[in-house]
Design a protein around this ligand. Sequence first.
Ligand SMILES: Nc1ncnc2c1ncn2[C@@H]1O[C@H](COP(=O)(O)OP(=O)(O)OP(=O)(O)O)[C@@H](O)[C@H]1O
Ligand SMILES: [Mg+2]
Length: 303
Amino acid sequence: MNERFISIEGIGKRFPKKGGGSTTVFDDLWLPIARGTFTCVIGHSGCGKTTVLNILAGLDTPSEGAVIVDNQAIEGPSLDRAVIFQSHALLPWRTVMGNVAYAVASKWRWNKAQVRAHAQRFIDLVGLTGSEGKHPAELSGGMKQRVGIARALSIEPKILLMDEPFSALDALTRGTLQDEVRRICRDTGQTAFMITHDVDEAIYLADRIVLMTNGPQAVLAEVVENPLPADRTRADVHRHPLYYGVRNHIIDFLVTRSRSYDAAAKASLDRRNLAVVRPGLPTIAAAAEAPLARFVGSEVAIS
Ligand SMILES: Nc1ncnc2c1ncn2[C@@H]1O[C@H](COP(=O)(O)OP(=O)(O)OP(=O)(O)O)[C@@H](O)[C@H]1O
Ligand SMILES: [Mg+2]
């Protein structure tokens, strides 16, 4: 596996302040991402997550640093990287088929029948068979989001970028779409990078969960490696003995640690080699289970 399929290398972002000077949203972020993995970023509102994702998408440029994808520096948007936005951003005058086919035709110079056949595969994949001829105004929020997912996947991107793609949906639809995205990513070996506020969503979907501190001058504090088995399902994920250990670790970060990174704590971080932790069993369970006692303290550094 190529450990640096995506490499975020020392990126920073500054915005000009009213009245002069500038605000540093974040600086000196480093993160390697392996091919075929699912990464989630969690952090409080305003810390700079969307800005990072936009830089990965090539929709924004960093004030310093670079992002390398498959050995090439990102220099603007590319069909190698597809984005699923929170607001699906569909073309309202095109049908479901029209929206997906438009993306397919922008990637490959195929005839109309080839484009439609390819688009149909992805419309089927997200469960919209039969709705090909509908316009976005005739679709529910969940259906629109499915079109956005089909459109993003249909161009077979090297990276799937998602910015809180399910946050506007009801719980039932959100769950179904999480299942679909997870199944598709696993079946196709898709490399995915997703922003979410939802800790359970991150634990269900991600292989690695990156914790970002509050801004300004936000930093990536650590990478949580998901200890749950790869064959987890949404129905059983919360029954796994390690589930609450991971969940508590992330919530503890969001509630307390994300706010407490002062200049000294930031200075002591090894930003190029972020700590990777694999939260273990909650202390009580670990204490009862002698062979697992090494997990006491609820986390184990694995690199
Ligand atoms: N064009 C801009 N000009 C000035 N400041 C900006 C601009 N875009 C973003 N910011 C600021 O940068 C910071 C990070 O914004 P960003 O949208 O990346 O946050 P976020 O982590 O995605 O937040 P949320 O979770 O609420 O979506 C915010 O403080 C925001 O006000
Ligand atoms: Mg955002």
